[in-house]
Design a protein around this ligand. Structure first.
Ligand code: UDP
Ligand code: MN
Length: 356
């Protein structure tokens, strides 16, 4: 058996040294913005017969995003620590990814059950320049209500640096990799009243650190709520048809504008659309594409979904989100899923449909 391993020391200077020795990676400003997406799933066949099909579609969605934005992706399906199963699998993995990819400034963990539903959106990295960990969440909900849903640990952006390695060690020490996970489960439950899962979970562990060791960690952690770095699927999927129609109408109008004002062709299509949407006041989150739709609780692989909703609701929601995202990819190929619930049916777009 192998363990989480000795803590890594002096990573910042080692990484700096490495970048000096590999000048092609160190060149230009690009190094500050280099992002590696890390995601993965369990080593074995999914119990749910449609689970592996869904994993493939969920992975395709991330690969498409990476292709469009020139990001690197690593998919892991082994347990780097045999005790770190389920959501704990990401901690030894994130640490290994940092060490294996010193050229990446950021590691972006995306749960397999999270769908990137805005294929154009780019992470606003400039905003995070003074922070080392970014997760979706709300400070007031965290400190006033100490709620389990005040942040989400299923999608996280973490800087490749010593601070992060220290955090990962601390974080994982509260899980099954650590000495006393049962006790941590109890401690978390007494602090976080709406915690449902009885054992120690990583989301509660982060909330615990932000509350109990605030001065040590909080100033380097950014809780994002201006866009959906993580968006809870239940509040999103019903709106996707409407958002999709809205964007199609806007696409047509922007295309007309573009034809009328040939000089504006220099603007990227996406930029033109953003400008148009801002001018028309259609800029609210509920009309915009959500960036990430996370099917937390649906457990597509094990099939042991949360009792608050049916599997059918999860399945339909996932079809909608995946086809909604895929439409943004397919349109360049001249096709569309006209019905977000029907994954097999695509139809060609009119020949003069605006290209992205
Ligand atoms: N996961 C993994 N290896 C495993 C099991 C899970 O990498 O052996 C990852 C997978 O990406 C999954 C994530 O851990 O999405 C967290 O689990 P899940 O999404 O089921 O938790 P939830 O979001 O429902 O709380
Ligand atoms: Mn998840």
């Amino acid at each position: 058996s192998y363990a989480f391993g000795e803590p890594v020391k002096d990573w910042d200077s080692k990484r700096r040294e490495w970048l000096k020795l590999h000048p092609s990676f160190a060149a230009g400003a690009a190094v500050d913005n280099r992002v590696l997406i890390v995601t993965g799933s369990q080593p074995t066949v999914c119990k749910n017969p449609v689970g592996d099909h869904l994993q493939l579609r969920l992975f395709k969605n991330k690969v498409d995003y990476c292709r469009i934005h020139g990001l690197d992706i690593f998919y892991n399906n082994v347990l780097l620590d045999p005790k770190g199963t389920g959501f704990w699998a990401k901690y030894p993995l994130l640490r290994a990814a940092m060490l294996a990819h010193p050229e990446s400034e950021w590691i972006w963990w995306v749960d397999s059950d999270a769908v990137l539903t805005d294929m154009e959106f780019k992470l606003p990295l400039e905003k995070y320049k003074d922070h080392n960990l970014v997760v979706h969440g709300w400070w007031n909900m965290l400190y006033e209500q100490k709620s389990w849903t005040s942040l989400n640990a299923g999608v996280l952006l973490i800087r490749n640096c010593q601070w992060s390695l220290n955090l990962l060690d601390k974080w994982a020490s509260m899980g099954p990799q650590g000495p006393d996970p049962k006790n941590w489960g109890k401690i978390q439950k007494s602090l976080i009243k709406d915690k449902a899962y009885p054992g120690s979970d990583d989301q509660s562990a982060l909330i615990y650190l932000l509350i109990k060791e605030k001065s040590k960690w909080a100033d380097k952690i950014y809780l994002e709520s201006e866009y959906n770095l993580h968006g809870y699927w239940l509040g999103i999927v019903d709106g996707l048809d409407g958002i999709s129609k809205g964007y199609m109408e806007i696409d047509r109008e922007v295309d007309l504008l573009r034809r009328r004002h040939a000089e504006k062709v220099s603007l990227f299509y996406g930029q033109m659309r953003e400008k148009y949407m801002r001018e028309k006041g259609i800029w609210r989150e509920n009309k915009r594409r959500p960036f990430v739709t996370h099917f937390t609780g649906c457990e597509p692989c094990s099939g042991e979904h949360n009792g608050m909703y049916t599997w059918k609701a999860c399945w339909n929601g996932m079809q909608k989100a995946l086809n909604f995202a895929d439409n943004q990819v397919l349109r360049r190929f001249g096709f569309v899923h006209p019905d977000l619930l029907n994954s097999s049916w695509v139809s060609p777009l009119p020949f003069d449909f605006p290209d992205a």
